[in-house]
Every structure is written in structure tokens, then in C-alpha cells.
Design a protein. Structure first.
Length: 206
């Protein structure tokens, strides 16, 4: 992770972050709007963890993903119009399943063992698809002090991270669907697939 590439928010980003008070949710960008789709498909840049507006963005993103009218289990900054590497993820692998904020997250390893689950997206209305994701990942990110943190994440929570980090690269889950349709999988005992664990009964809104 190259910390030198992390820059402060630009003027347009700062204006959007300050468009309302810290307790207000942000508009979630939709693929049905051509201009918003362009933002969603644009790769994001690293953010300086010391930028004074980062915590304002984080709080407004949290209000947005926890909105009771369309709650999610994760959200990425591009989904609210900010092409910066910042995400919220609900940690189902921790006690009380807390939401946690991640600055400049990067996956440095993906398992070849896959799991399958039903995914939706806050930016893609009225659609859910079964997606194959790695069962485990290694994650790097920065804390609010700019220190590098590394951890190993598995299962359902690893899927959420993969979905949200895809957003940071301008990748939407239908892109993964197109990719996996070109691959084949071998069944083992009618329950498992080589490189594949079936969790298709789980539905995500990210």
C-alpha cells in the first residue's frame, strides 16, 4: 500500500460531503441514471486518513447504509458519489455484528475455495443474482491514524468485503456474474463443488 498516493478530498467531493449535516443520509447512486452509472464504474483513489472531512463522510455513509427504508450490510464511497477508497462493512464474524469503517482497503490474497450466495446492491434496484466469491481473503487497510492493519477474513463477511472493494474498482456484481458464466465447476457429493461452498440461501444487499 503506497501511502504517498493518498490525497485529500477535492473541492467537488468536499461540497458533496458538506451538502447536509452529519446526521443526514446521502443519496445512493443508481445504475439506472447514466451520470451516476459513470461514477459507479470509475475506479476510486486512496484518501488521506487525516482529511478532516473523512469522519463526516463516514458518518453520513453509515446513516445511509442503515436507512430502514433500504438497509444494507455494506456500502462503498462511490455509491454516494465519492470516488474514494472507503467502505462500511457489517462484521457478521464478530460479536454483536458491528458495522466498521475501512480506509483504503485492499485485498492481497483470495482463496481458490469459493462460496455461492445471493447478492443484491443498493445501487442496482430490483435485482438479485447468485454470485461466486472467494471463501477467504487477506485484507489490508489503514486505521484513522494512518497505521497499516492486516487481517484474514472468511465466510459471509469476506463476501461483503469483496463486493464493496469491487465497487472501489468500478466493478458491479453483474460484471462478476458475466465472468463466472464463462467458467465450469465440478460437483462433489451433490453438496459441494470443487473450489466452491454453497451458501445460496444467504441474500446480501450491499
Amino acid at each position: 500500500m503506497n501511502k504517498a498516493n493518498a490525497k485529500n478530498f477535492n473541492k467537488a467531493e468536499s461540497t458533496l460531503i458538506l451538502s447536509d449535516d452529519i446526521s443526514s443520509k446521502l443519496h445512493v447512486y443508481q445504475i439506472t441514471n447514466e451520470n451516476e452509472l459513470s461514477v459507479l464504474q470509475t475506479p476510486s483513489a486512496d484518501i488521506n486518513p487525516n482529511d478532516p472531512l473523512l469522519q463526516t463522510l463516514a458518518q453520513r455513509m453509515l446513516w445511509t447504509v442503515q436507512d430502514t427504508s433500504h438497509p444494507g450490510v455494506g456500502i462503498a464511497a462511490p455509491q454516494v458519489g465519492i470516488n474514494r477508497n472507503a467502505i462500511w462493512v457489517q462484521r457478521f464474524d464478530k460479536p454483536d455484528e458491528p458495522f466498521e469503517f475501512y480506509i483504503n482497503p485492499k485485498t492481497t490474497w483470495h482463496s481458490t475455495l469459493l462460496q455461492r450466495g445471493l447478492e443484491g446492491c443498493l445501487s442496482i434496484p430490483d435485482r438479485k443474482e447468485t454470485i461466486h466469491r472467494s471463501y477467504a481473503i487477506h485484507l489490508q487497510h489503514l486505521d484513522k491514524n494512518g497505521d497499516l492493519i492486516e487481517e484474514h477474513i472468511e465466510g459471509f463477511t469476506a463476501v461483503i468485503f469483496q463486493h464493496e472493494i469491487d465497487h472501489l474498482h468500478g466493478i458491479l456484481y453483474p460484471d462478476r456474474l458475466d465472468e463466472q458464466e464463462k467458467k465450469s465447476y465440478a460437483l462433489v457429493q451433490d453438496k459441494f463443488v470443487v473450489n466452491f461452498i454453497d451458501t445460496a440461501t444467504t441474500s446480501l444487499q450491499l
